[in-house]
Design a protein around this ligand. Structure first.
Ligand SMILES: [Mg+2]
Length: 417
């Protein structure tokens, strides 16, 4: 059996852990640059605020109903997420982290009659250890666990935990789940299915498998089978090494100066290289890109690929070449909106080819980086960085109302008076 654990209104719940005044009132979290809504409390949902809705559209609701709003604080959400995963380790050795607020757990060791009780044990322990309320759906396949999770959240009777294992219960559940809400059925598929008169998951599983495969490929067939209780989507227990790492952000305002843009790029490179080191990878290529506002008439964008003379994860190497690359694609008198970096051709340290003309002092580089990474992990992400990253702050995404890092920076701990 598989359990899907899903943090309720996750970003809002993280904020509520550290600020109890936010409980029982409408709260929303905003995306990068405070552009759109990315998380809503139940009270905010009840006001009709939609997921992804632009912030400016709901400003009148914010005022009228005193909705609390915050810029997203990913340092906090990421850390709370890893605390939940750590907690889950005591319930199963097979965990697939699906997203920042969702994880699948193999709980085949639990007997059917104890599933609900086990689900409650997981839910209560997560709440006790982290303060985050979760919903838990349990069933025989991942897709059915998703269905169970959805109903666990919606049903007053389930109240957050639902184990679907009896056939009659599964049938009743599938009759309640709209086809557009089934895991893996995208908007396009849902539209096509509705045109064919298939509105609910129960309608979908009654269709001929050959026809499903013909119109909706093997993915559609796998979904139908999973809904019938036949497991087709494997547990991703093993970590797949990354093929590339992308870091890009829109600037907080439009930028025209080279130095401002290069500072942003340097910070993106800092993040990309830190990710490389976390996974013990080196890269030989980087791609730098730069663009103006997409919706403006004189839209301009360009990219440049650069091959380093050797594989590396040493931030200064990438800074040096990125600066040369950026100079080639940067044009004066333009208002830039975004820049980014992709590092690719990644190789595990142990798989690196040796290079006769490589005169770097790798030992020294790696010692330096390991000290920097240790300090930054301990004291906050940018405690020590390379000079290019501090030139100015013009580029920084707009974050009008961000809370403290609470759990990842010693300078931002919660203070109780
Ligand atoms: Mg969630």
């Amino acid at each position: 059996m598989i359990a899907l654990i899903d943090g309720n209104n996750f970003y809002v719940s993280c904020e509520r852990v550290f600020n109890p005044k936010l409980r029982n009132v409408p709260v929303v979290i905003l995306s990068n640059n405070d552009g759109a809504i990315v998380s809503r409390s139940n009270e905010a949902k009840a006001l009709g605020i939609k997921m992804g809705q632009p912030f400016f559209e709901i400003k009148h609701l914010i005022k009228k109903h005193n909705v609390k709003y915050f810029s997203s604080n990913y340092a906090l959400y990421g850390d709370m997420s890893s605390r939940i995963i750590k907690t889950l380790e005591q319930f199963s050795s097979e965990i697939e982290v699906y997203s920042i607020d969702e994880a699948f757990l193999n709980i085949s060791h639990v007997s059917k009659e104890n599933l609900t009780e086990y689900g409650w044990k997981i839910k209560n322990t997560i709440y006790q250890y982290t303060g985050i309320p979760c919903s838990i759906g349990i069933s025989s396949t991942k897709t059915l666990a998703k269905v169970a999770n959805r109903l666990a959240k919606k049903s007053h009777k389930a109240n957050g935990v639902l184990a679907l294992y009896q056939n009659s219960h599964i049938d009743a559940a599938l009759e309640r789940v709209e086809i557009s809400d089934v895991w893996g059925i995208g908007r396009q598929y849902a539209k096509k299915l509705q045109e064919l008169g298939i509105y609910f998951a129960s309608d979908f599983i009654q269709q001929d498998e050959v026809l499903i495969k013909k119109y909706f490929t093997i993915n559609g067939l796998n979904i139908a089978r999973e809904l019938k209780g036949i497991s087709c989507i494997d547990f991703q227990l093993f970590y797949k090494p990354k093929k590339s790492i992308i870091v890009s952000r829109s600037f907080g305002k439009l930028l025209t100066e080279f130095d401002d843009i290069y500072t942003a790029l340097a910070n993106h490179i800092g993040i990309a290289c830190r990710k490389l080191r976390l996974e013990n990878l080196d890269a030989q290529y980087l791609c730098v890109y730069l663009s103006t506002h997409y919706h403006k008439a004189d839209f301009y964008s360009d990219t440049i690929n650069i091959r380093l003379p050797y594989y590396s994860n040493f931030t200064p190497d990438f800074l040096k070449y990125a600066q040369i690359g950026l100079k080639k694609i940067f044009k004066e008198h333009k208002k830039y909106k975004k820049c980014g970096v992709v590092v690719f051709d990644l190789k595990c340290k142990s798989m690196l080819p040796s290079n006769l003309f490589d005169f770097r002092n790798l030992q020294k580089e790696s010692e330096l980086l390991s000290v920097i990474d240790k300090v930054n992990n301990l004291c906050g992400a940018s405690t020590i960085n390379f000079g290019d990253m501090f030139l100015n702050e013009e580029w920084k995404p707009h974050k009008g109302n961000v809370t403290q890092k609470f759990t990842t920076s010693i300078k931002e701990l919660l203070i109780c008076k």
